[in-house]
Design a protein around this ligand. Structure first.
Ligand SMILES: [Zn+2]
Length: 294
């Protein structure tokens, strides 16, 4: 593994680094998008930061834990890799992971499980992993890697913080993160407003901007998932859209939030299939408004 620290120029890495250094890192995260190599590199860097005992900024790459992590030989960083094909992540492997999760770490304070191609778990597998995601031992972290989170059940998504590493191609990469988050927040809040005008107004940002819509949809879904976590588990939410998530958790029912997560899934699928842009913008308004009244 390359011994590189987090790249603070990159918004996702910056937010990961901040969460790790303030010891507020979620016990389960999903890294989606980009390439398999990039996802694994980021997961290994995160794992090093989690086991780091350097005492300063993590990962330090100087302490014994970091050095072992960099040499891929840390006993408390467990990597499970399967091929990217349906149901490759077998229930047996998940049962093994669950059993190991309940054994305290060997050397570090934490134990980190990295699951590559985690989206290839079938429904049975996802329900099996859900049990440990819901009540993980305090010292455990899970890092689930996948090309797209769309293969996960909403229940699994509700237990993990999703980080989108962007597209492997350069498409859409030049839209500033602030713009994406700001637009996503507006849409998410407007979907819960009691009149249709709010969302139509907010969706005006997408007129003639297909790339913005593609970049914003996954973030809208993250906001709904964060709201669901607050509602289900009364979790603190310290992300960049924590305030919007709290507002939605207060305004909407669990069923509405689940329906909104599912609707965003189908909108992302339409966007991926290059549906007619104007119809897609209309669908964003109608589908989200309809889901919100569940
Ligand atoms: Zn260290």
């Amino acid at each position: 593994m390359k011994t590189e620290k987090f790249n603070l120029e990159n918004s996702v890495e910056k937010s990961l680094s901040a969460a790790l250094n303030t010891r507020r890192f979620p016990h389960a995260v999903i890294y989606e998008g980009s390439t398999a190599e990039e996802r694994m590199a980021l997961a290994m860097k995160t794992a090093a930061a989690l086991v780091c005992s350097g005492g300063g900024e993590v990962p330090c790459f100087a302490c014994a834990n970091c050095r072992k992590a960099a040499a891929d030989s840390h006993a408390d960083i467990l990597v499970y890799s399967v091929e990217d094909k349906p149901k490759a992540f077998k229930v047996d492997i998940i049962r093994e992971i669950r059993a190991k999760a309940y054994i305290v770490p060997n050397e570090a304070d934490r134990k980190v499980f990295i699951l590559e191609n985690a989206h290839t778990m079938g429904v049975e597998g996802q329900n099996a992993i859900l049990k440990v995601l819901e009540e993980p031992p305090q010292y455990v972290n899970f890092i689930l890697l996948c090309s797209s989170k769309s293969g996960f059940l909403p229940t699994v998504l509700s237990r993990a913080a999703v980080y989108n590493l962007g597209q492997a191609s350069s498409q859409g990469a030049d839209i500033p993160r602030e713009t994406v988050v700001e637009t996503a927040t507006k849409i998410a809040l407007a979907s819960a407003a009691m009149n249709d005008f709010e969302i139509v107004k907010a969706a005006g940002a997408f007129e003639k901007d297909r790339l913005l819509l593609q970049a914003v949809l996954p973030v809208i879904q993250e906001i709904y998932a964060a709201a669901l976590r607050i509602k289900y588990y009364a979790e603190e939410e310290n992300s960049e859209f924590g305030e919007a998530a709290r507002t939605l958790a207060h305004k909407l029912s669990r069923n509405a939030l689940l329906a909104l997560i599912e609707s965003t899934d189908s909108l992302m699928e339409s966007a991926r299939l290059n549906a007619n842009h104007n119809l897609l913008v209309t669908a964003v308004c109608t589908k989200l408004r309809r889901a919100a009244v569940n």
